[in-house]
Design a protein around this ligand. Sequence first.
Ligand SMILES: Nc1ncnc2c1ncn2[C@@H]1O[C@H](COP(=O)(O)OP(=O)(O)OP(=O)(O)O)[C@@H](O)[C@H]1O
Ligand SMILES: [Mg+2]
Length: 470
Amino acid sequence: MSNDAILLIEDDAERTAQMRAVLNFIDDAPVRVCTPAEWSEQIDDQTLKAVVLGSSESLTLLPKIDAHLQQESRKLPLFLLGDGEAQAERVLGRIPYPPNYNTLITALHRANAYRDSRHRMNGSAAELARVLVGRSIGIHQVRRLIEQVADTDANVLVLGESGTGKEVVAKSLHYLSSRRDMPFVPVNCGAIPKDLLESELFGHEKGAFTGALTTRKGRFEIAEGGTLFLDEIGDMPMPMQVKLLRVLQERTYERVGSNKSITTNVRIIAATHRNLEENIADGSFREDLFYRLNVFPIEMPSLRERPEDIASLANELIRRLGEMGRGSFQLTDAAYTSLSRYPWPGNVRELANLMERLTIIFNGGIVDYDDLPERYQMEGVSADQSFAMPEPEENPFPCIPTSLLPQGEPTQLPADGLDVKEHLAGLEMGYIQQAMDAADGVVAHAAKLLGMRRTTLVEKMRKYGMQRVE
Ligand SMILES: Nc1ncnc2c1ncn2[C@@H]1O[C@H](COP(=O)(O)OP(=O)(O)OP(=O)(O)O)[C@@H](O)[C@H]1O
Ligand SMILES: [Mg+2]
């Protein structure tokens, strides 16, 4: 486990002492304690492992903390101590009071798994495929672009609808670059009030404006040597756009209230769901800034453009929920089929929310077509059509990358190693494709050729996003 700290927000001495005693005994992480009034000074520390909300007063802070983390796109696990009523997106669990060794150690494991599933990438292509899930051509292309540009200092602009995974792309770029051990610092340009954005980005000197009680580092300074992710750049007000452009050109900036220039070395990744060219046309985005940022654009396809990714994404999201100790469930084929026909206006985020909801309702069970919330029950699919697949397209196997198709027998392990699982999956897809061709698309015949049951073959084809031609 890492040595990052746990922050306990608590003002009751007795409860603090109890928590400290057990946490020190576990000896996993340094414990920091602050009062509910001090949370906002403490929570921006990027090395926090988890936050525990202790006193009932701190429970009233929960919506604020949740909104703060959301705005920063921080995945910081939150735990509630005791049994107070509270709900928020980032609450990972409850720790009973008085605390005991077992429940605390489980909570810490969960916090680690939760953070690891998002933060740890060892920089390999296989790892990238694990983080950015999908077998569609669109996602393959995105992964290829990420690999090409990750370890350069080029500015990247990530485009795409809400919830398509723009932040996943930004993080992947960071973790695949040589900056991976330095900070990845996200800023949601749309969520920070206009008049605070400058000091948020560049920091301020003590007394620079009313309320600036202490000198504070800005995000550029916190990200030094690493990556600054400017999310929702399309929402950045014009005056800030001018200032940002200057930093991109000159690589220097000043804290608010100071005239001393600070030189910066950060890699800039920006993202937006807006059409910046339209914003340029209507005068709300600077063209010169656009060209600076758009050195290397990466466009995330919407989920409805890649229905073949829905099953593997759903599986991965269910697996991650299980890993976080949130429970698990299975979807039937009819449920998968229905989901793959739904248009997903909220993209992967909507899918993730649905999976989370289903885990709560059907923990440990099986979710069939009829169990899906009504809007996800698409017409033409029903429970007795368990094996219906999406309509065939012109190219029946558009999502098999040629690199994954069998390339002769591997008699020798290549010098730089081999991802066996991916290789075998490639072989399997290739054989399935050949069998399907030979059987003129009749699954039952193809299954015979492959020595497997029809249902197994259908299951495999669904897993690989292969479509049935009939
Ligand atoms: N290809 C993917 N593989 C695995 N998880 C994904 C993928 N794409 C998105 N996700 C998950 O979907 C959710 C939304 O992704 P993310 O926050 O990156 O989207 P976004 O494009 O930044 O959305 P928004 O515009 O709403 O901020 C996250 O929980 C993310 O982990
Ligand atoms: Mg985002």
